[in-house]
Design a protein around this ligand. Structure first.
Ligand code: ADP
Ligand code: MG
Length: 684
């Protein structure tokens, strides 16, 4: 028997195409060759188990060998082998339907082409100038066959000598791909793609330390673990087995929090172990750790599109023969099996979390801080997951107590409902910086949540939409009485003149901080509240925070930070400042105020007269009169402010009160802080 023929391709130039276009993923040829060897071995085992193969199975180890001198890479197995007819059928006649069109479309996507054509074996030609198959079928009396092809669509097939059952695939590596003759490179690829294959794969020999150097022993070096944890029964695995497998996968990582062992038979096949890593921050750092396998053959470690976005934060292994091996990503994402798998995993993850929450609340709470980011991410990006997770997602208050949202609602319902029936969730983003506000809220019997996580801003937004009549208010965004408005707050018992004077006294002594703006406000907060406080409107702060994350909203980001300096008109110190101011300034202010009253009356008259006329009827002289009056008023106001400012500058209590408020907000720094300390000593 000797035969020459043409490989049954409709497109004459398929080999040049394989060579030319498939360069990006050259290395997958090795995966294809070794997995064919595994398939052939598994088939033989199956035949033996059903009694169709009665011979000796023997050692089924697959061998990979490089021969740099001969320029060959050989993959040998002791599997089923092939008869000449089988080579004809499975190697020579490959069906290429719609070949041309498909090649045009995917010419840059090697994996897609190989997958589409079932070209597993032919990927050998990406790196070889010649390929030989030397094979002997397991069938009784089988004649060994040698098939040779030099990369043109022509092959030869002839009888040959071969002792043992199985197949040798001999690749004559071409000049551009010499790297695949290097032991180090092959070892790397075997470790990447073949680490968990179900049949032992030997590459080189185990080494030992002898006479000051490493030497080969006569024992094969098996590069794979044939029974990895995920394909074993959960009942047969201890916690340590799971931890050990995790550290095999990620040698440098901290211990995982929990794991989920997946084992699905219907309506698709899926096994795997997913681990919850300890995540604290930086989402990206931990992404893409899940490895995807198909029957223990490594496929990829970029699982976007296969598992939901938020699950890419998990670590571990997924194995499914139903995930098509060699197709493009866009194809994968539209594959219905892949979608089902993705939904299933989401459900399993939610189930597992709920189970731990229900059975071991203590453990769940202990690990919540690490789990939180992951759960929030899931809730924000996956509606179905939100619906599940809302039952076990926790919030933590400043005392370190954990609550479900439902529990928390019950806790605060009575005391933290405002006059319009809204439930107010108070929160802090920094327990230390907002300490005095937290204290004030607690003194009022309020509870304060800690919301200092990366996704908390978004989580708050989501909860406000989902929970009915609920609002989140940062604890420092208003004075404690206004955080949860219950009824009309008390009026400030000062007349307009006193109000403007007091406001100006404090305004004049405010520090000039870059990109920061203060508004002085007066409120009646009772004698026991602080005399001066700084608050920042919840709305403005959120706008700034959002704009920092979203490029389109830079407008808010450019606005200065704006704070309210709230003066407590009920406080004795504020009253004293006002009384002092009157004693000091009233003589000086009196004539100015009288003068101003005159000018103000004049301005009112002029405005009144001009408002009755059309714009073009107003004469230049009349316009001039009004603007002159306004200028006069400005001058007088400036003079007035000057007097108040110089009084304020001479009263250390004003500065001291402002600095105390700044200090409570962590805004007093550097030189200002040391001046404050000095002044404090003097005042004592
Ligand atoms: P697939 O593995 O998807 O069937 P391949 O192109 O990788 O496609 O292989 C084509 C066929 O060639 C296989 O189905 C098998 O019948 C045969 N074959 C390839 N390699 C071997 C081998 N080492 N031993 C026995 N048969 C093989
Ligand atoms: Mg194959």
């Amino acid at each position: 028997m000797s035969k020459t023929g043409n490989i049954g391709v409709t497109s004459e130039n398929i080999f040049p195409i394989i060579k030319k276009f498939l360069y990006s993923d050259h290395e997958i040829f090795l995966r294809e060759m070794v997995s064919n060897a595994v398939d052939a071995t598994q088939k033989l085992k199956t035949l033996a188990s059903v009694g169709e193969f009665k011979g000796e199975l023997g050692d089924l180890t697959i061998h990979v060998e490089t021969d740099e001198k001969a320029g060959t890479l050989t993959i040998s197995d002791h599997g089923v082998g092939m008869t000449a007819e089988e080579i004809d059928k499975y190697i020579n006649q490959i069906a290429f339907s719609g070949a041309e069109e498909f090649l045009e479309k995917y010419k840059n996507d090697a994996a897609a082409i190989i997958g589409h054509f079932g070209l597993g074996f032919y990927s050998a030609f990406m790196v070889s100038k010649k390929v030989e198959i030397v094979t002997k079928s397991y069938k009784e009396g089988a004649v060994p066959v040698k098939w040779t092809c030099d990369g043109s669509p022509e092959y030869t097939m002839e009888e040959t000598e071969k002792e043992s059952r199985g197949t040798d695939i001999i690749l004559y590596i071409d000049d551009e791909n010499k790297e695949f003759l290097q032991k180090g490179k092959i070892k790397e690829l075997l470790t990447k793609y073949c680490k968990f294959l179900p049949v032992p794969v030997a590459f080189g020999k185990k080494q030992e330390w002898k006479d000051g150097k490493y030497v080969d022993t006569d024992q094969d070096d098996i590069i794979n673990e044939t029974v990895p944890a995920w394909i074993r029964k959960p009942a047969d695995l201890t916690e340590d087995d799971y931890r050990k497998f995790y550290s095999d996968l990620y040698p440098m990582s901290e211990e995982p929090l929990f794991w989920i062992h997946l084992n699905v038979d219907y309506p698709f096949h899926l096994t795997g172990i997913l681990y919850f890593p300890k995540v604290k921050s930086n989402i990206d750092l931990h992404r893409n750790k899940i490895q995807l396998y198909s029957n223990q053959v490594f496929v990829t470690d970029s699982v976007e599109g296969i598992v939901p976005e938020f699950l890419t934060l998990l670590h571990g292994v997924l194995d499914s023969p139903d995930i098509p091996l060699n197709v493009s990503r866009s194809y994968l994402q539209s594959d219905s099996n892949v979608k089902k798998i993705s939904n299933h995993i989401t459900k399993k993850v939610a189930d597992r979390l709920e189970e731990i929450f229900k059975n071991d609340r203590k453990q769940f709470e202990e690990k919540w801080d690490s789990l939180k980011l992951f759960v929030q991410y899931g809730m924000l990006t996956d509606e179905k997951f939100y619906d599940r997770a809302v039952k076990f997602a926790l919030v933590k208050d400043v005392d370190g107590k954990y609550f479900t949202l439902e529990e928390y609602k019950t806790l605060i319902k009575d005391n933290q409902t405002d006059k319009d029936g809204n439930l107010i969730y108070l929160y802090t983003t920094n327990k230390d910086e907002q300490y005095s506000y937290i204290q004030a809220a607690k003194d009022k019997g309020y509870d304060v949540l800690v919301m200092d996580g990366q996704l908390d801003v978004h989580a708050i937004g989501q909860l406000e939409q989902k929970l009915e009549k609920s609002r989140f208010v940062r604890v420092d965004s208003d004075t404690v009485d206004n955080l949860i408005p219950k009824e009309k707050t008390s009026e400030v018992a000062l007349n307009e003149e006193e109000k403007t004077a007091l406001t100006e006294v404090f305004r004049s002594q405010l520090p000039k901080l870059e990109k920061t703006e203060f508004m002085v406000m007066l409120e009646a907060l009772g004698e026991n509240s602080n005399p001066v406080m700084i608050t920042q409107s919840e709305y403005m702060r959120r706008m700034r925070e959002m704009s920092a994350m979203q490029p389109g909203m830079s407008f808010y980001g450019e606005l200065p930070e704006s704070y309210n300096l709230v003066l407590n008109a009920d406080h004795p110190l504020i009253k004293k400042v006002l009384a002092d101011e009157e004693a000091h300034c009233s003589a000086e202010l009196k004539p100015i105020d009288d003068d101003m009253k005159g000018w103000e009356a004049r301005r009112a008259d002029l405005q009144e007269a001009q408002s009755k006329k059309k714009d073009e009827e107003i004469t230049a002289a009349e316009k001039e009169d009004l603007s002159h009056t306004e200028k006069k008023l400005d001058e007088l106001r400036e003079k007035r402010n000057g007097i108040l400012a110089s009084y304020a500058a001479g009263n250390p209590v004003v500065k001291q009160l402002i600095d105390l408020a700044l200090l409570a907000n962590g805004m007093l720094k550097g030189e200002a802080l040391s001046r404050f300390v000095k002044r404090s000593v003097e005042l004592i």
